[in-house]
Design a protein around this ligand. Structure first.
Ligand code: BES
Ligand code: ZN
Length: 457
């Protein structure tokens, strides 16, 4: 334990500089303009794996962005851990809200500021550095497989195919992922639930061209007005989603589970104050913690149309658009929900407009067991490095591949995240604490130690 700390301390600057090099590559998966940068990030990681003396490292091209696979196999009598992470990042927009450029990492107030610093380059790279530490200590005690993808932020479509086609290659006893958060630096936690996602884009079309809003306004249905009415009708005053059939498969938690969830430290006032909001507005009958983890949502992510430039232009637009995401909970199937949404949205459209619904990506929710040697090893490791036993929590974000690991490989995942909500992932000024980066590197080798001990074959 002490040895691990000493090694990290002695190599601190290099561990940071390497992460900074990765953060400088703008690997935005959503925008084709960054395709070359995404490929460059994959090459960069391949080099780093090679330097870690792995037995094998490969880049697998896909129809989207490449997948990196690496392994270090020490013996058939040892348990196998598959580490999953992603090197792609969300678009950095809106750029003008960043205090320093998103792809020029800087350290301020003990945190690394850059797009991807936490989600997920910082958290993923901790695993490579943890392997370096274990190599130096000659302490590798599990077979290690690494699967690092470049499409997590856009739904992991090609990784899903890859996992299905490579079940032997990826065979393992547990999947280990650092891409989630903890409650606080002094309240370690392990995530045991993730929501799923259904993402759609809608277009409402009215007249065949933009019109003078004086000449035609009053007679012609304005697609932006109509889109707003349609969106407004998607939720009632209790914040229930009105899409027909939406709640059909939603699993309700037992009172006992809900009471347990309420033990998670959460302060409503601090939460609102941090966000600059007067109050929350969740589904009636459910707590703040519940509406951001075990209840489904529907949110508009972007809406546009008409004239949005400087000054005023009197125009009745031809088209209006919106991007809409729905976070899903166990048993809701993303494909089905997208279909239900499309059917409902077309049904509520007034006859004066045409409506198009394009289905983007989806992913399924996941619930993970705490009665597993993986969870136990993670809990023991955190207890050792944080001095406190972690609490299990459910989070509202999505990592689509986790449910597939369960279904296709038949293995559980441990969500061993070291981020914080304050890290502002997906927002301007994303950050990752130096404490968290180094704590992760220190804790991961302890996980392997306990996992190997609990799974002696
Ligand atoms: N790291 C997040 C997932 C996450 C965030 C889990 C917060 C728990 C708490 C991940 O990189 C992510 O953002 N995923 C996307 C997936 C989607 C595009 C399918 C998400 O949740 O929006
Ligand atoms: Zn993300």
């Amino acid at each position: 334990m002490e040895q691990i700390r000493t090694y990290i301390e002695a190599n601190k600057d290099r561990f940071l500089n390497e992460l900074f090099d990765l953060l400088r590559i703008p690997s935005v998966s959503a925008d084709p303009a960054y395709k070359k940068d995404v490929a460059r990030a994959a090459e960069w990681l391949k080099e780093k794996f090679t330097a870690l003396n792995v037995d094998r490292v490969e880049i697998y091209p896909t129809k989207g962005h490449p997948i990196i696979y690496a392994e270090k196999i020490i013996g058939p009598d040892k348990p196998t851990v598959l580490v999953y992470g992603h090197y792609d990042v969300q678009p950095p927009d809106p750029l003008d809200l960043w205090e320093s450029p998103p792809f020029e990492p800087v350290i301020k107030n003990g945190k690394i500021y850059a797009r991807g610093s936490c989600d997920d380059k910082g958290q993923m790279y901790m695993h490579l550095k943890a392997l370096e530490v274990m190599n130096a200590m000659d302490a590798v005690n599990c077979n290690l497989k690494f699967l690092i993808e470049g499409e997590e932020e856009v739904g992991s479509a090609h990784l899903g195919e890859f996992v299905k086609a490579n079940t032997d290659l990826l065979a393992c006893d547990i999947v280990l992922v650092s891409d989630t958060s903890m409650v606080a630096n002094d309240v370690p936690s392990i995530t045991v639930g993730l929501r799923g996602l259904a993402y759609v884009e809608v277009t409402v079309t009215g007249p065949n061209r933009d019109l003078h809003s004086g000449t035609y306004g009053g007679a012609v249905a304005n697609p932006i007005n109509v889109l707003c009415e349609m969106i407004a009708s998607l939720k009632d005053e209790d914040q229930r989603i009105m899409v027909e059939g939406f709640y059909d498969n939603v699993v309700e938690l037992s009172q006992e589970e809900r009471t347990k969830m309420a033990e998670k430290p959460f302060n409503h006032e601090t939460y609102c104050k941090d966000l600059g909001i007067a109050d929350t507005r969740g589904e009636t009958g459910y707590s703040d913690i519940e509406v951001i983890s075990i209840r489904p949502t529907l949110d508009v992510n972007g809406i546009w149309g008409g004239y949005t430039g400087e000054g005023a232009k009197t125009v009745l637009p031809s088209k209006a658009h919106a991007k809409i995401s729905m976070r899903l909970v166990p048993n809701q199937k993303s494909g089905e929900i997208m279909e239900l949404f499309a059917r409902h949205f077309k049904k509520i459209a007034p006859p004066q407009v045409k409506v198009e619904v394009n289905l983007h990506h989806g992913g399924e929710a996941a619930v993970l067991s705490i009665d597993s040697t993986g969870y136990e090893a993670a809990s023991l490791a955190m207890k050792e490095t944080f001095g406190k036993e972690p609490i299990p929590t459910r989070e509202g974000g999505s990592i689509p591949i986790v449910a597939m690991f369960q279904d296709v490989l038949g293995v559980n995942t441990v969500l061993f995240g070291f981020g914080l909500n304050a890290d502002a992932i997906h927002s301007p000024n994303e950050s990752y604490g130096l404490f968290n980066y180094f704590k992760g590197i220190e804790t991961i080798p302890r996980f392997y130690h306990y996992f190997a001990t609990l799974n002696q074959k």
